[in-house]
Design a protein around this ligand. Structure first.
Ligand code: FES
Length: 244
């Protein structure tokens, strides 16, 4: 592995910015976040970067590394070509605050527009519920989400078309799926998925699934089953006939 590498880091804020090159020492075992910390300590004390766990679990250090949304703490330098400058940018789907830090608060506001968990009446003699293990396991995968929002960042509906006012994006469709498929939930979110959350904008290109650091099968296990519920209700010709 090279002993030095150049990182081309976007510096700026909401008003604009530009890339700046920093060359620093690198060693075996380092991740991108280590290099950023070294640059921050030795060359750019005012470089803004958000991080917390350095273990791929808090979802704070999301950025674009050579144009791909990734966690900086989980991207090993040994997996990157260090012969050319390594480009580091803030996520494109959200407004920049400063340098590598973006304002992701839209996600939390949009989350509140999804109908919350509404459990059925307890059905066991002790006043609790019983669930089938299969049903529990079906939604367990969705609960691995660390809310890094890399899937939101890569989604062309948000990233290119800026449909934040209409579309909730893959992360929040996963959240909706976790509620919709929960064995105890009784809420009906199908109409909202179609009309309020615009699930129809997703054209299942699987970009979101490909960048998920938790390997959640976003497209196949969450979005497609939700789309099927919408199609069943609104576009199934037989059901439509009987509804009329
Ligand atoms: Fe927590 Fe990277 S610092 S996921």
């Amino acid at each position: 592995m090279a002993t030095q590498a150049t990182f081309r880091i976007w510096r700026g804020d909401a008003a604009g910015g530009q890339f700046q090159d920093y060359t620093t020492q690198v060693e075996e075992g380092m991740v991108v976040l280590d290099a950023v910390h070294r640059i921050q300590a030795q060359q750019a004390n005012d470089l803004a970067v958000r991080w917390n766990c350095k273990a791929g679990k808090c979802g704070s250090c999301s950025a674009e590394i050579n144009g791909t949304p990734k966690l900086m703490c989980m991207t090993r330098l040994s997996d990157i070509n260090l012969e050319a400058p390594v480009t580091l940018e803030p996520m494109h789907a959200f407004p920049p605050i400063r340098d590598l830090v973006t304002d992701v608060s839209w996600n939390f506001r949009a989350k509140k527009t999804i109908k919350p968990f509404k459990p059925r009446t307890p059905d066991a003699p002790d006043g609790t519920w019983r669930m089938q293990q299969d049903d529990v396991e079906r939604v367990q995968e969705f609960r691995k989400c660390i809310e890094c929002f890399l899937c939101q960042d890569v989604c062309h509906v948000l990233r290119e078309h800026h449909k934040h006012d209409e579309f909730i994006g893959p992360r929040l469709l996963v959240y909706a799926a976790a509620l919709e498929m929960h064995p105890l939930d009784t809420e009906d979110r199908v109409s909202d998925l179609r009309h309020k959350h615009s699930i129809g904008y997703c054209n299942i290109t699987t970009c979101c699934r490909q960048v998920c650091p938790e390997s959640i099968t976003i497209t196949e296990n969450a979005i497609i089953p939700l789309k099927e519920r919408v199609v069943d209700r609104y576009f199934d010709p037989l059901k439509r006939l009987f509804r009329i």
